[in-house]
Write a protein that binds this ligand. Structure first.
Ligand code: XOV
Length: 313
């Protein structure tokens, strides 16, 4: 899809086409152009007939939206149109790897994409599905448009930082460090803490679209900004919520999920805790992942019916 392409951003005669970091011309790929002129790679999973609702998938830090293909396929089976893009600095989108000038850029780009797809499908309810950092993006997107989203599925969302150390100390340390050494590496994500499923860890380790470089201090600072913005946004969250969390998550503190459910306004919110499960629940041990798929499917099916009845086209 070509969106936001103004005359100024059209290719001048004879110039070489814009290419992904993997050197594929964007003209051959679905993409959008954000207000900073950056090209973002998009994916669309469409049902055969008329879709009943729209679902935007917001991926996490260092990964890309192609990792949600199975989940998307399942949702397409429910007659939902699933769409996504690789956030700036991720996967097949432009931008320095795992760098963002401000966390709000991620939110702004999601709203642009949602607006574009909604124009083609007026009247359909829209849902957000986010994992980890992508969950924080989804939460901040929803609070920016009160009443706009019919619901939100959050898989181990980034609400609190990891369980090992105090956030306030990290915020202070990161802010100071950011002034001196913004590009210093905080070290890569240890892939063995992502999932107990060894096959999934191996797939992560081998995926060329995943950024396994160390997390830069400047990106860490933006993640901490996101955490404090989410904390302030929580009481204003009104969209129905499905919250999925592993009890043994070492990347995003499971108390974040508790906090989120206590704080938010929605009384119909549902939470599912997976005992012993790690961070990436949609790629965990088969019994966990199949339950996660089932929960999401059931919850969305119920909501789609209700949302459709509430706001007919
Ligand atoms: C910080 C800092 C913070 C998947 C993801 C952020 C895991 C990868 C966490 C680090 C330094 C402040 C890491 C996990 C997406 C959230 C990843 C993924 C680091 N899941 N996070 O399947 O988004 O592949 O957090 F200063 Cl908050």
């Amino acid at each position: 899809m070509e969106t936001g392409l103004k005359d100024s951003s059209r290719m001048p005669e004879g110039s070489s086409p814009r290419r992904t970091p993997q050197n594929v011309p964007y003209q051959d790929l679905p993409h959008l152009v954000n207000p900073d002129g950056q090209y973002l790679f998009c994916r669309y999973w469409k049902p055969a007939g008329t879709p009943k609702a729209l679902v935007f998938v917001s991926h996490g830090a260092g990964e890309h939206c192609g990792r949600y293909a199975e989940l998307a396929q399942m949702l397409v089976g429910l007659d939902l149109l699933v769409f996504a893009h690789d956030h700036v600095g991720h996967g097949q989108s432009e931008g320095e790897r795992m760098v963002v000038s401000d966390f709000h850029v991620f939110v702004r780009d999601v709203l642009q994409h949602v607006d574009t797809v909604q124009k083609d499908h007026p009247g359909l309810p829209v849902f957000l599905l986010g994992h980890s950092m992508g969950g924080a993006i989804a939460i901040l997107t929803a609070v920016e448009r009160p009443g706009h989203f019919s619901g939100m599925v959050l898989i181990s969302p980034l609400v609190l930082t990891n369980p090992e150390s105090a956030t306030t100390f990290k915020v202070l340390a990161a802010r100071v460090l950011n002034l001196i050494l913004p590009n210093l590496s905080l070290g890569p994500i240890d892939s063995s803490v992502l999932s107990r499923n060894k096959t999934e860890v191996a797939l992560y380790d081998a995926d060329p679209l995943i950024c396994r470089a160390g997390l830069k201090v400047c990106f860490g600072t933006q993640l901490l900004n996101a955490v404090s913005r989410v904390e302030r946004a929580m009481p204003r969250l009104t969209a129905p919520l499905l919250l999925l969390q592993g009890s043994a998550d070492r990347l995003c503190d499971s108390r974040g999920a508790h906090l989120l459910q206590e704080q938010e306004q929605d009384t119909e919110g549902e939470r599912q805790i997976y005992e012993g499960a790690y961070h990436v629940l949609h790629k965990e041990l088969p019994e966990v992942t199949s339950s996660v798929f089932q929960e999401i499917s059931t919850w969305l099916s119920q909501r789609v019916g209700a949302a459709g009845a509430r706001c007919p086209p």
